[in-house]
Design a protein around this ligand. Structure first.
Ligand code: 3PG
Length: 418
């Protein structure tokens, strides 16, 4: 385990023998859209040492977790397979209870014996878990103690452990309210994640290069100003949709298809913001110099200087890959979030594949996070070559942006630090 510089209590400081422990994990996993089966077990794997430690030390363990969300219902499934996978990985039974905090869940918790574990139902079926962090309702943690979840479960437990840093940005009862009413501790994964990110933020070896891709523009934009202003990043290499937004901000037209795409996704307002960053940080934000597209089932590349064209771009081109590789090669720190292109399609995997391979070969400290980036790293590299693979995506980016995350605030309060 990494050094604890956070001041939260680690779970190992508690005697858990015979105690009822409520563990919040983040096992929100990518799900195959057709079979609805888990396709990447990284978050499950990373939770295993925590569960093992608690069970080995005689805890009566109940776990709460979320899967998917109600925005599109694609990944919103019960946690049965998660419990089965836990059972296989732990070599002991993890019972699944398809109830989050109602009478069935409560009876199952009451019946727990030492060294036994249950996984309760998907938290995202509870409207109060979601509505409290959406715009309409803004409850403070001390108000969330009145939610059905906390009222029903808290009295049954002796200790609350949070090991769900990947959901640290969610101001939900399961994340921030149990700390109000129960002795609370942080799990080892939580410490590891935060320590790795602290290393990037407070003491990065230079040059520090950030590779930002994918389509989650608001996350990346929320972070750029902070990391460039305070010297956490010396250079940002943009790719994916983020790269396109910066090209447009630099005055480069990409053609009406790209405009239509950005319009449809509501991303046009980011162009103005990107212009501001280019002015404020001259030379620090790199953009693709060529892009890849599909023609007659083949990958083709086009130099940005030949644009606009009526095409859609699904990867960065070879010259960009080469240029980015050179920056990465000499970096002391590399932080990666978001793929370079649509790497799931073989035609457009080259950017992500080669850039990720360059990152894996770097001698310096490398941190990769975010579901897609981690999947790409597992697919194209020996992931063990990355210094740290963070389970978090949105939480990681917000943490590095210097934002006080709801979970961190709740844990600090619980530890008497605020
Ligand atoms: C994540 O995958 O980033 C966390 O599990 C949080 O999930 P959410 O973005 O659906 O809240």
């Amino acid at each position: 385990m990494r050094e604890n510089r956070l001041g939260f209590k680690p779970m190992q400081e508690f005697d858990v023998e015979g105690k009822k422990v409520l563990l919040r994990v983040d096992i929100n996993s990518p799900i195959d859209p057709t079979t609805k089966k888990i396709v990447n077990e990284n978050r499950l794997d990373k939770s295993i040492p925590t569960i093992e430690w608690l069970l080995d030390h005689g805890a009566k363990l109940a776990m709460i977790a979320h899967q998917g969300d109600t925005l599109d219902y694609q990944n919103l499934i019960p946690l049965i397979e998660h419990a089965q996978k836990f059972s296989e990985k732990l070599g002991r039974n993890v019972r699944y209870i398809d109830d989050v905090c109602g009478p069935v869940a409560q009876s199952a918790v009451e019946a727990l014996d030492e060294g036994e574990a249950v996984l309760l139902g998907n938290l995202r079926y509870l409207c109060e878990e979601i509505s409290t962090f959406e715009d309409a309702v803004k409850l403070k943690p001390e108000e969330m103690v009145n939610t059905w979840l906390v009222r029903s479960l808290a009295p049954l437990f002796d200790l609350y452990v949070n090991d769900a840093f990947a959901a640290a940005h969610r101001n939900a009862p399961s994340m921030v309210a149990f700390q109000e009413v129960l002795p609370s501790a942080a799990g080892p994964l939580f410490f590891n994640e935060v320590s790795a990110l602290n290393q990037v933020m407070s003491n990065p070896a230079h040059p520090s290069v950030f590779v930002l891709g994918g389509a989650k523009i608001s996350d990346a934009f929320g972070m750029m100003e902070q990391v460039l202003s305070n010297g956490t990043a010396d250079e940002i290499l943009t790719c994916g949709v983020i790269g396109e937004v910066f090209l447009l901000a630099s005055g480069q037209s990409l053609g009406s298809k790209v405009d239509e795409f950005l319009q449809k996704k509501g991303l046009m307002p980011f162009i103005e913001q990107a212009k501001g960053y280019l002015e404020k940080f001259p030379g620090k934000i790199k953009m693709p110099c060529d892009l890849a597209y599909e023609a007659k089932g083949m990958r083709e590349e086009i130099s940005v200087s030949e644009l606009p064209a009526e095409l859609l771009y699904l990867d960065v081109g070879s010259m960009t890959i080469e240029e980015y590789r050179k920056s990465i090669e000499t970096a002391g720190t590399v932080f990666v979030n978001g793929p370079a292109g649509v790497f799931e399609d073989e035609l457009f995997e080259a950017g992500t594949k080669k850039i990720w391979q360059a990152i894996a070969d770097v001698e310096g400290f490398t941190v990769v996070g975010g579901g897609d980036s981690v999947s790409a790293a597992s697919r194209f590299t020996d992931i063990k070559k990355m210094s740290y693979v963070c389970t978090a995506g949105g939480a990681m980016v917000r943490y590095v942006s210097g934002k006080k995350l709801p979970l961190i605030a709740a844990m600090e309060k619980a530890a008497g630090l605020t």
